[in-house]
Structure formats: structure tokens, C-alpha cells
Design a protein around this ligand. Structure first.
Ligand code: GLN
Length: 483
């Protein structure tokens, strides 16, 4: 039962082959049995799941239908869930029970999705390895000595290990696409503004975007359908009609223009990944796509710009965690300043503190122009590169990551080495564009992803290309041994 995709579950529930309650019981038992190996959950919400499953079964018995009605999912632990711990992977929020549901959580619950739990993540979504969580590192089901990617590593590892078919995640600089690549999943970061950020604990507000992680493009379409849409509570949400994503899957790729940026194949890319990317290009050519070499000349500046902008916004967003209003408070403070200092010093981990310091520095008077303003100018150049490229092509294709998943601990002493692994994903966040990672092969037994980028609001096009690719390849069907 645990091997079913969301699409298969929807058919099974509609045909009354099993109930949502039965399926939920099976998956909860599987989580209890296998999660200790990978540490992908911070909280398992057994009671909530069973009551939601029963309610979904009752709605079906009353004649209701819907692809998400009774479908088991989990939420990354930065989506607020009313009355349930929402920790953001941090000691700071270990005791925080959200007073309301995030829009994404409320929408999926209304569609009948069943929440099995809250998934592990890098602290405040800062990281590319899921090693900075207060609740411990997440392990990659493909090799337990390797990282699953981050920051949505818990969602990715849980889906890859078949503990559930799909999960929500967020992507500020790659945190949906990179863990998807590292664990053989399909992950979609939507256009900035497509999915509401209301109730999603902020890391870098101008970059953060929620989206689906699943095994197939077909399932990403189903989950995105339940997440997307205008939200008056989020001032950056865009009032643009939501298309039928499942209907977009079937289009032909005949004549589709795919751009492959020459800058992607620089020295930093593992040649074995380059070869798998070329194989995926050949596969798409067979399906009728036309390949064109393009250039994204400002790509080399994207990492330094991102690692100024994201920490700057983080330093501002995280100032609310002061030991007074939310979360952790130190013992016996001597005075107010001591309360602030020790609550933040004890509540935040090392990477979060590093980002706050870098960000506050970049925003300080005297350095603002040299760092933050400069980074924003680079951001515009990165966007302009994409706009020029999309005058010539319909899709941009390349590797999702320069290397496969590294060993746990391998980059702990060198944060910049970890930042460099984000080279292919962060540009989409700087530009606000949608991007998808899909399974495209293996290197040393570890999964490799290919990334597709599209113009604003063309999530349907990304899902279409990935679905057609998945109808003609079987990488996405491979299962990690032991799961
Ligand atoms: N690795 C990037 C960072 O640490 C991106 C994280 C994310 O997308 N949340 O900022």
C-alpha cells in the first residue's frame, strides 16, 4: 500500500479498494517502524491524522470526490498548524504551538488531505544538508551515511522512504529542488506569489515560496492544485487564476524549445552529472523538443548576491524571536538586555546566528550600499538574463546540483562549501521564477536531478515536460533498498 502515488491513492479511494483510515493506519505504522532510521519527522500527528481520515471517508461516503480527499501528506515544520508544535527546526520554537493554520495547511485540510505529521528541516530553513536542525540531522534513505539535502530534507526523506506519498516543502534558494534531486523525487518551486506565504514562518520573505515534493510530476500537479491561489492575507500573493495542473500534463513536446545554458557546464560540475543531463536532453529531443545553447552571463554573481540578500532579510525576520513574545526564554534573566541576549544566544543554533550577523552587517549604515544595494542590483541582472533567454526558449534545462548528496558532516567545518552547492537553484529564487527538479539517473548509487525552469506562472509547462519525460523513463520509479 505504501508504494502508491497520490494519483493511485485517489483512484483506489474512489473505487473503494481501501479507506483513507486503513491507509493512514498502514502509513502511521510504517513511520513508527522506519522513521528512526532517517529522522524525517519532528512530530507525528497520529490523532489528527486518524480524525481527518475518518472525516474524509465520511465525505466520500456522502458522494464527495477530489484527488486530495483522504490523501495522506505531511507539512514541513515551518507551516503553522493550529494547536500543534511548529518548531521551524529550532530550539527557539520547540515549545511553540501555532495559534492558527497557515493558508497552505488550511487549504489542503479543506480539500480533505490527511496530515500525518510535521517534517524535519534545517533550522529556520537555512541549509542545504538538513544537518542544522535542533532535532538532529536527517539521513538520506538512498544511503544512510549521506545527507538528504536541505532545508526540506525531512519532507524529502519521508517521501523517498515511502513513509507517505507527498509532502509540502519550501524553497528560498533551492530547498525543494535540491532535496528532490538528492532523494530521487520530483519537486516544484512555484512562481513567487503563486502559493500563499501566510503562516509560513519567514526566512527571506522576498525569496521564500512553498511547493510540493512527491515522486512524480503527476503528484506534484495534484498537490500544487491544493496549495496554489490568491490569498488576501499575503500582500505578495498574486491574483492570477490557477489553471488545471493535471490537465496540463498531457501536452505534446513537439517543437518545445529547450535552452541549455553554457555556464552550467563549468569546472564545478561533476562530469558524471553532466553526462546524465545530456542524456535527459537526448530523451526530450526524441519527444520532439528542439535544443538550443543559451547564455546566462550573470550567473557567477548569483551566490554572493543571494548570501547577502537572504541573511539580510533573515536578520530582520528573526528579530521577532526575542524571548518575550514567542518561544524560548532563558532561565533567570538579570534584566531585559540579558533576557534578549541569552534567549537568542541559547535558542538559535550556530548557522542561524551566523546568518543574523552577516545580514545585520550588510544592512548597517555605511555598508548598506556596498552590500545590500549592490546585491539587489545583481539580482536584477540575473532576472534580466532569464527574461532575455525566455525570448528565445520555452524551458531552461540543466543540473539541479553540481554534486550528488555528500556524506553527513563532510561540509560542517566549511559553510561556504555548502553555499556553493546552491549554484544552480538560487537564480530562480532571485528572479522569482518557477523551477522543477526531476529524477534523471544515479551516480555511485545516489540519485541525480535535472532542473527545468520556466517563465512566470508556467508551472503547467514544467509539469508537462516532467510528466512526458517520466512516461518515457523509469528513474522516478526506483526505490531505495530497505524501504
Ligand atoms: N541553501 C540555501 C540557504 O541555506 C537555501 C535554503 C532554502 O531554500 N530554504 O539559504
Amino acid at each position: 500500500m505504501h508504494h502508491m502515488t497520490l494519483a493511485e491513492i485517489a483512484r483506489g479511494l474512489a473505487d473503494k479498494k481501501f479507506s483513507s483510515e486503513e491507509l493512514t493506519q498502514v502509513l502511521l505504522a510504517r513511520i513508527a517502524q522506519l522513521n528512526p532510521q532517517i529522522n524525517s519527522f519532528i512530530s507525528v500527528t497520529e490523532e489528527l491524522a486518524l480524525s481527518q481520515a475518518k472525516a474524509a471517508d465520511a465525505r466520500r461516503a456522502n458522494g464527495e470526490s477530489g484527488a486530495l480527499l483522504g490523501a495522506p501528506i505531511a507539512h514541513k515544520d515551518l507551516f503553522c498548524t493550529q494547536g500543534i508544535r511548529t518548531s521551524c527546526g529550532s530550539k527557539m520554537l520547540d515549545n511553540f504551538k501555532a495559534p492558527y493554520d497557515a493558508t497552505v495547511v488550511a487549504k489542503l485540510a479543506a480539500a480533505g488531505a490527511v496530515t500525518l505529521g510535521k517534517t524535519n528541516m534545517d533550522e529556520f530553513a537555512m541549509g542545504s544538508a538538513n544537518e542544522s536542525s535542533y532535532y538532529g540531522a536527517v539521513k538520506n534513505p538512498w544511503n544512510l551515511e549521506h545527507v538528504p539535502g536541505g532545508s526540506s530534507g525531512g519532507s524529502a526523506a519521508a517521501v523517498a522512504a515511502r513513509l507517505l506519498p507527498a509532502a509540502t516543502a519550501t524553497d528560498t534558494g533551492g530547498s525543494i529542488r535540491q532535496p528532490a534531486a538528492f532523494t530521487n523525487l520530483t519537486g516544484l518551486k512555484p512562481t513567487y506569489g503563486r502559493v500563499s506565504r501566510w503562516g509560513m514562518i519567514a526566512y527571506a520573505s522576498s525569496l521564500d515560496q512553498g511547493g510540493p515534493l512527491a515522486r512524480t510530476a503527476e503528484d506534484c500537479a495534484i498537490l500544487l492544485q491544493g496549495m496554489a491561489g490568491f490569498d488576501p492575507n499575503d500582500s505578495t500573493s498574486i491574483d492570477e487564476p490557477v489553471p488545471d495542473y493535471s490537465a496540463s500534463l498531457s501536452g505534446s513536446l513537439q517543437g518545445l524549445r529547450i535552452g541549455v545554458p553554457k555556464e552550467y557546464f563549468s569546472a564545478g560540475l561533476d562530469p558524471r552529472i553532466a553526462e546524465l543531463v545530456h542524456n535527459s536532453v537526448k530523451e526530450l529531443e526524441k519527444l520532439g523538443a528542439v535544443i538550443k545553447e543559451i547564455s546566462l552571463p550573470n550567473m557567477q554573481h548569483a551566490i554572493p548576491a543571494y548570501y547577502v540578500i537572504a541573511p539580510a532579510e533573515a536578520s530582520s525576520n528573526l528579530s521577532r524571536f526575542d524571548g518575550v513574545r514567542f518561544g524560548y526564554r532563558c532561565e533567570n534573566p538579570e534584566n531585559l538586555i540579558d533576557l534578549y541576549k541569552r534567549s537568542r544566544g541559547e535558542g538559535f543554533g550556530a548557522e542561524v546566528q551566523r546568518r543574523i550577523m552577516v545580514g545585520a552587517y550588510a544592512l548597517s549604515a555605511g555598508y548598506y550600499d556596498a552590500y545590500y544595494l549592490k546585491a539587489q542590483k545583481i539580482r536584477r541582472l540575473v532576472k534580466n538574463d532569464f527574461m532575455a533567454a525566455f525570448n528565445e526558449v520555452d524551458i531552461i534545462l540543466g543540473p539541479t546540483t553540481p554534486n550528488p548528496a555528500w556524506k553527513l558532516g563532510a561540509k560542517n567545518s566549511d559553510p561556504v562549501a555548502e553555499y556553493l552547492e546552491d549554484v544552480y537553484t538560487i537564480t530562480a529564487n532571485l528572479a522569482g521564477l518557477p523551477g522543477l527538479s526531476m529524477p534523471a539517473g544515479f551516480v555511485d548509487g545516489l540519485p541525480v536531478g535535472v532542473q527545468l525552469l520556466a517563465p512566470y506562472f508556467q508551472e503547467g509547462r514544467l509539469l508537462n515536460v516532467a510528466h512526458q519525460y517520466q512516461l518515457n523513463t523509469d528513474w522516478h520509479t526506483r526505490t531505495p533498498t530497505g524501504f
